[in-house]
Design a protein around this ligand. Sequence first.
Ligand code: SF4
Length: 72
Amino acid sequence: MGPKGLGEEFTMKATVSEECIGCGLCESTCDAVFSIGDEGVAVAIEEDIPEEYEDAAKEAEEGCPVGAITVE
Ligand code: SF4
């Protein structure tokens, strides 16, 4: 058995909690990951965040006024 995790890719996922007030900031920061859904609140893509959007997704997490975004 080899060392665990070697060669595995680290991936990030984004989630939006019910704290979201639908301000739209995350969508303008990173519309590849976040969008305002039918309910008027943000939704994140279900898939892993594409690597090229990880920084923008992190920025959206930091910018959310109510801390509704988790990117990890
Ligand atoms: Fe909701 Fe935060 Fe996105 Fe605003 S920035 S739409 S409060 S998740």
